[in-house]
Design a protein around this ligand. Sequence first.
Ligand code: HEC
Ligand code: HEC
Length: 329
Amino acid sequence: MKKIISLPVLICMLLAATYFTACNNNASSTLAIVNEDSIKKEDSVKKVLARGEYLALHVAVCIHCHSRRDFSKFSGPVIAGTEGMGGGKFDHTILDAIPGTIYSKNITSDKETGIGNWTDDEILRAITQGINNKGDTLFPLMPYANFNHMAKEDLLSIIAYIKTLKPIKNKVPPRELMIPISMAYPAPALEKTVDGNIRPAETDKVKYGEYLITMAACADCHTPYVKGQPDFANVYSGGNTFTIAGFKVASANITPDSTTGIGTWTDTAFINKFNACRQEKGYNYNPGKANTIMPIVDYAGITDGDLKSIFAYLQTVKPVKKLINKYPK
Ligand code: HEC
Ligand code: HEC
């Protein structure tokens, strides 16, 4: 197979390690320079990991889908200690449009049941093209079509971060589909590599907001499904009903329609929705039937600046007039 990525992150780490060894053996004059260099390298490794952690936990919410969740609390926060172990079950009892039973996979570094033996190239291909290390197509509930739009540096930082997840032994059952994978939405495997992808400047709020909202796959829940297919003409207008552990909730209309969407919201109101879940008291209670499937506890870690960009982008989509009852009977 053609190599699709280089390994700058790993090389950085190796370099840092070499410099450390060098430090121990060298005279003090070169030591100062070498030290400065190794500190810089170390800083850049730290930066990469911090960016990866931010994206994996809060924007691309990899950890949210690939861990166990506690739906006796608001928005089903991730159960501590299960990060990356997989086994999250998705089936038609949750949403009609899901044609079978699919489990999120173990993405910890466990060699036997996780992805500890995968190369970075294989992980990148799974995340962005939906092909696993055996060449099989992943079910597109894993948002690889979205991640295919991400800049490679962001993807590499996520990969660097998930490789630091504590290995957990957990064998995930295979999926069972009622239709051939080729019929699954949107396109089974993607040919396009991510080499040419560019991350928009953060100052371009609308563009950067679009970049983030694509990574966060907000449309996966907020775009209505008609006969099992997403109705892109009415993107973000909501109305999908999810049934989970004793409650029903429909995704909201987040188009800028002024009466039925969020057209009259300010960016502060938008930030406040997330801000409410930044502290434990915002989610550590049993909301009964007023619960949600939106992983808002995870998204709550998105910075105010990034939330503003997402909001700025949402204000540019087509307004759709459609009243949603968020808690249907
Ligand atoms: C909406 C839920 C969801 C999100 C978000 C998500 N995944 Fe997944 N992922 C899945 C599911 C479900 C599968 C299994 C698909 C299948 O069995 O066909 C999967 C499969 C994978 C696989 C293949 C593992 C294997 O053993 O085949 C990798 C690697 C992976 N995901 C990594 C990630 C990373 C990294 C992110 C964040 C950038 C992420 N996922 C975000 C649901 C998700
Ligand atoms: C797993 C499905 C899911 C995902 C992913 C999701 N949402 Fe939601 N969202 C919902 C549901 C269901 C509701 C209605 C219940 C509630 O308010 O939580 C909702 C409500 C909302 C609301 C409240 C609107 C109102 O009128 O009260 C906003 C704003 C929102 N979502 C924005 C987003 C953004 C932005 C993202 C991506 C960062 C996102 N959602 C991702 C399911 C989802």
